[in-house]
Design a protein around this ligand. Structure first.
Ligand code: NDP
Length: 495
């Protein structure tokens, strides 16, 4: 690699390489070429970052800051992200291959999280409790947990980090971030803005490196109070088990196999666009991908043909170009995994209606592309309908009536999201009530907001990000009892 750009970690307010002296190369998914390096941290670096975060939580300016001042710091960080949105978006694209249009949209939206949670910082209220005991004044305080380890995946590094960072800081915690080894650069670039915003040293720290090396050290460190994780279910389960050994707070945002349900009474043109945005936007690399398109049998043929026709027009290409609609897969191993799942679908008996291979165009040859791929007549018991592919692969599943649609929709270990396309408002409410998913979209798909709680039912995760409830996962409650009596009663009995 000739002159790679080098990014450094932020630990205790200082830029650091790693104690191992090693660097980890990161590649551009469109060119396949390595373009930057990040420190390959080890156990010593992980410990230093945790200790710095613990010091910043326990002493120094951070715990003394008023909640209002904390909120101002968050809002300042939001302003700086807005200022540098284009620069950060360009780094994300180079690192993870998603469309510049999508990443720029995300980066321009992210400040809202810092404004929202910054505003919430001084609205964290305890309560005065009614007391059934004479002469006791009792109240609750809401307090931060301590050091939070935020582990993020490669698909939307800054957005999924922001969903953790903004509420964690608003609540008064300190944070150690472990970004994915494949896409660490934008997180490290963000650290310059954390410094510029004026957060005290040690409040936000980063540790880059291989997840399997530094991850377990961070998760099991005795000074860590909470782990906030987004990623695959296998890693999530390992993180959960490890955190359990040390009784840490955990939130998990894991995978999905979300049903996108089209009823015969839907506006078909809208539903077709919703199906496309559910699976081919971001090349299907989203936990909320509507990877199971459930279509009522009476419109099955029409919807399938229209989805295939629209998907066929998708322009694959350089993710930096405005004209590109589908970019490459973020990592080579993930590209290979997607291709393997296409084989699994074929072997399982699904009919390939579109795509099913790497594109042949010469200008795409170096990138980790997979053609938008659609399988028809999928049975919900097939592996392709049960396991998360995390790529541009859609399974279309027919159903006869509302009951069957709900039954198929819920026949999955996951429960992250669902889409419902219908023009019958009563049906929309009925089905919404019965679908076991943390987010349900009616006549739309793939919408998120800082205001709307997000998280999984069943094996899609634990806890909620976004919305006011998110801050609850970064707080704990203290009950305070103040004895106002003149004396202390019988000490040998429970009061
Ligand atoms: P992982 O679950 O492997 O990685 C998520 C994060 O966990 C990364 O930062 C990773 O670091 C880190 N990590 C890896 N091993 C450990 C460990 N033992 N302890 C603590 N942290 C660890 O997801 P991948 O990125 O490899 O993707 C695998 C699958 O996860 C995808 O195919 C997809 O199905 C799913 N996924 C789901 C996402 C979602 O939003 N729900 C997002 C991304 C992926 P490192 O990358 O350095 O290994």
């Amino acid at each position: 690699m000739s002159n790679p750009e080098r990014f450094q970690n932020l630990v205790d307010g200082q830029y650091r390489t790693s104690s191992t002296g090693r660097w980890l190369a990161t590649a551009n998914p469109f060119t396949g070429a390595e373009w930057a390096e990040v420190p390959q941290c080890g156990a010593e670096d992980a410990a230093l970052a945790i200790e710095a975060a613990h010091r910043a939580f326990s002493s120094g300016p951070w715990p003394k800051l008023s909640a209002t001042s904390r909120g101002k710091l968050l809002r300042r960080l939001g302003d700086l992200i807005a200022r540098d949105a284009e620069k950060l978006a360009a780094i994300e694209v180079r690192d993870n291959g998603k469309l510049y249009a999508e990443m720029l949209g995300q980066l321009r939206y992210l400040p809202e999280w810092f404004y929202y949670f910054g505003g919430l910082a001084d609205k964290i209220e305890g309560g005065v409790l009614p007391s059934d005991k004479p002469q006791i004044f009792s109240y609750t305080k809401r307090e931060p947990l301590g050091v939070v380890v935020a582990i993020t995946p490669w698909n939307s590094p800054l957005m999924l980090l922001t969903w953790k960072l903004a509420p964690a800081l608003a609540a008064g915690n300190t944070v150690v971030i472990k970004p994915s080894e494949f896409t660490s650069c934008s997180t490290l670039a963000l650290m310059a803005l954390v410094k510029e915003a004026g957060f005290p040293d040690g409040v936000v720290n980063t540790v880059t490196g291989f997840g399997h090396e530094v991850g377990p050290i961070l998760v099991s460190h005795p000074l860590v109070a909470k782990v906030a994780f987004t990623g695959g279910d296998a890693t999530g389960a390992a993180v959960y088990a490890q955190a359990a050994k040390h009784i840490k707070h955990v939130t998990l945002e894991l995978g999905g196999k979300s049903p996108n349900i089209v009823f015969a009474d839907a506006n078909i043109e809208h539903a077709v666009k919703g199906a496309i945005s559910g699976i081919f936007a971001a090349s299907g690399q989203t936990c909320i991908a509507g990877s199971r398109l459930l279509v009522q049998r009476s419109v099955y043929q029409e919807v399938s043909e229209k989805v295939v026709d629209l998907a066929r027009t998708a322009k694959l290409g350089d993710p930096m170009l405005e004209s590109t609609q589908v970019g490459p897969i973020t990592t080579q191993p993930q590209r290979d995994k997607v291709l393997q799942y296409i084989d699994v679908a074929r072997e399982g008996g699904a009919e390939c209606l579109l795509g099913g291979k790497r594109p042949e165009a010469a200008e795409l040859a170096n990138g980790w592309f997979v053609e938008p791929t659609i399988f028809g007549d999928v049975n919900n018991q097939m592996r392709i309908a049960r396991e998360e592919v995390f790529g541009p692969v859609l399974s279309i599943i027919p159903f006869d009536d509302e009951d069957e649609a709900i039954s198929i929709a819920n026949d999955t270990p996951y429960g992250l999201a669902a889409g419902i396309w219908t023009s019958d408002i009563r049906r929309a409410f009925r089905v919404t009530d019965q679908v076991r998913a943390g987010t349900v979209w009616v006549n739309t798909y793939r919408a998120v907001s800082f205001m709307a709680p997000f998280g999984g039912y069943k094996q899609s995760g634990i806890g909620r990000e976004n919305g006011q409830v998110a801050i609850e996962d970064y707080l704990q409650t203290k009950s305070v009892w103040v004895n106002l009596a003149e004396d202390v009663p019988n000490p040998f009995v429970l009061r």
